[in-house]
Design a protein around this ligand. Structure first.
Ligand SMILES: Nc1ncnc2c1ncn2[C@@H]1O[C@H](COP(=O)(O)OP(=O)(O)OP(=O)(O)O)[C@@H](O)[C@H]1O
Length: 251
């Protein structure tokens, strides 16, 4: 049996005053697109950062393609198969778009990046900006560069935090099509978003977080997605309040 692209087992990372994520189980299979949705502060970014080893879990473990990659000396070849976009678009402001994409591909072990960089610039409609410095681009175009850098090497594990945030509708469509293509080629894709409509169109599963926990899933084809989302959150908030008033303390 093939290992899932991502598996989180009872992952906990606590901050002060009970904030953080608690006992999170999550699996993203090969070829699957999973949307992670939740209100501001629900714990989405914290979970993605733990999955990518950017934050250490207090408890539980994370497997990417069946291997524990977070740690002191993660194998570079395994990490080269991961594509991530968390904490906004990285990059060197003084380098051009093309130079940024070339350096990003090289960092991921691509020996001769010319062809994949050209292809990524076509995919994300960045060709007109190829020789512009990153620092002069608009926010949305910088975001396109960040996404191209994360995805151009055809990763088999994809983790994206709010990738549609600064994109215009065309950028969102380009991204969606590209993610569907990557999943079609076998990648496991995890995308966080607070735009239910945008992710619902391509997700195979929609996982809901609230108060640092995974509280359930929504049917991606559901017509009343927003209503179902808010109802799930409301019920969870109410049961958390009941638990507190019965003396159980915060969950
Ligand atoms: N480094 C940190 N130190 C202390 N608390 C933190 C830290 N990072 C996150 N938190 C807290 O953990 C909780 C979850 O935050 P997180 O950023 O994961 O939420 P989110 O679902 O990504 O929210 P948003 O949609 O606003 O990006 C919040 O209460 C936040 O204040």
């Amino acid at each position: 049996m093939t290992e899932p692209a991502i598996r989180a087992e009872r992952v906990t990372r606590c901050f002060r005053a009970g904030a953080g994520i608690h006992d999170v189980d999550l699996t993203v299979g090969e070829g699957e697109i999973v949307a992670l949705v939740g209100l501001n502060g629900a714990g989405k970014t914290t979970l993605l950062r733990v999955l990518l080893g950017m934050l250490r879990a207090d408890a539980g473990r994370v497997l990417l393609r069946g291997r524990v990659l977070a740690g002191d000396s993660p194998p570079a070849a395994e990490w080269a198969r991961v594509g991530q976009f968390v904490d906004g678009a990285p990059g060197y402001p003084e380098l051009t778009v093309r130079q940024n994409l070339v350096s990003s591909a090289r960092l991921r072990g691509v020996g001769d990046p010319g062809a994949i960089v050209d292809s990524a610039m076509r995919t994300f409609a960045l060709e007109p900006y190829a020789d512009r410095r990153l620092r002069v681009l608009s926010l949305g175009n910088r975001q396109r560069v960040g996404l191209a850098a994360a995805l151009q090497h055809s990763p088999s594990v994809v983790v994206l935090d709010e990738p549609g945030n600064a994109l215009d509708p065309r950028g969102v469509i380009l991204l969606r099509e590209h993610l569907v293509g990557l999943a079609g080629a076998g990648a496991g894709v995890l995308v966080s978003s607070h735009h239910l409509d945008e992710v619902a169109r391509i997700a195979d599963r929609i996982v809901v977080m609230n108060g640092g926990r995974v509280i359930g899933e929504l049917p991606p084809g559901g017509s009343e997605l927003e209503r179902a989302f808010f109802e799930a959150v409301r019920l969870d908030d109410e049961s958390a309040q009941d638990a507190t008033s019965e003396g159980g303390g915060p969950r």
